[in-house]
Design a protein around this ligand. Sequence first.
Ligand code: ATP
Ligand code: MG
Length: 197
Amino acid sequence: MKIGILGGTFDPPHVGHLAVAESVRDQLELDEVVFVPAARNPMKDRRAHAGHKHRLAMLRVMAEGKPGLGVSDIEITRGGSSYMVETLEELHLVQPADYWLILGSDALQGFSEWRHPERICRFARVAAVIRPPMEKVTFPLPDYLENVLDWVECRTPNISSTRVRSMLQRRDEDVVRWLDPRVYEYIQRHRLYRIED
Ligand code: ATP
Ligand code: MG
């Protein structure tokens, strides 16, 4: 089995996340790409706006019916700060497979500040995509990363969850183009991201 892991806060999940997952799945011929929402991202200084339950549910509705896409609650269930090295160790035990950790180029840039990045690269290869507005990678990459890196060519939409949240707060209807329709419906139904919280 070849499995891709796309970790993040997904607050909320948007079409950029979906484009990354589907491009990596198709180009690296992975059996599955699994979205793994963090309980808490140790690199972000505040907690997510939407709770665990909502972020998981939004990912589930986004992945539903799309072949080769799945969602795991492994980090939410573990709780506390979510470290990818622990997630990959646990995944290897419960489901031995060939793993790819999927990173946008912004995440790739900060990767050496993650907990035990060299160890992560012994558990998984890294699949990287350029994230707009970045056009190419100009920062240096450590050898341990370079050795396990697979670049995936794709043009993902220039969108972030931060921008989606701000559009939702302004009730900007154009936000629909950045969200899976079922995710938009979920957000409306649960009145998420209405006021700065
Ligand atoms: P926020 O604005 O809250 O940081 P985000 O849009 O960056 O949200 P994250 O949950 O932080 O989303 O990102 C998870 C992963 O998805 C990271 O590896 C990030 O690089 C990648 N990613 C998110 N959006 C895109 C995009 N539009 N194109 C390429 N990669 C993306
Ligand atoms: Mg981000």
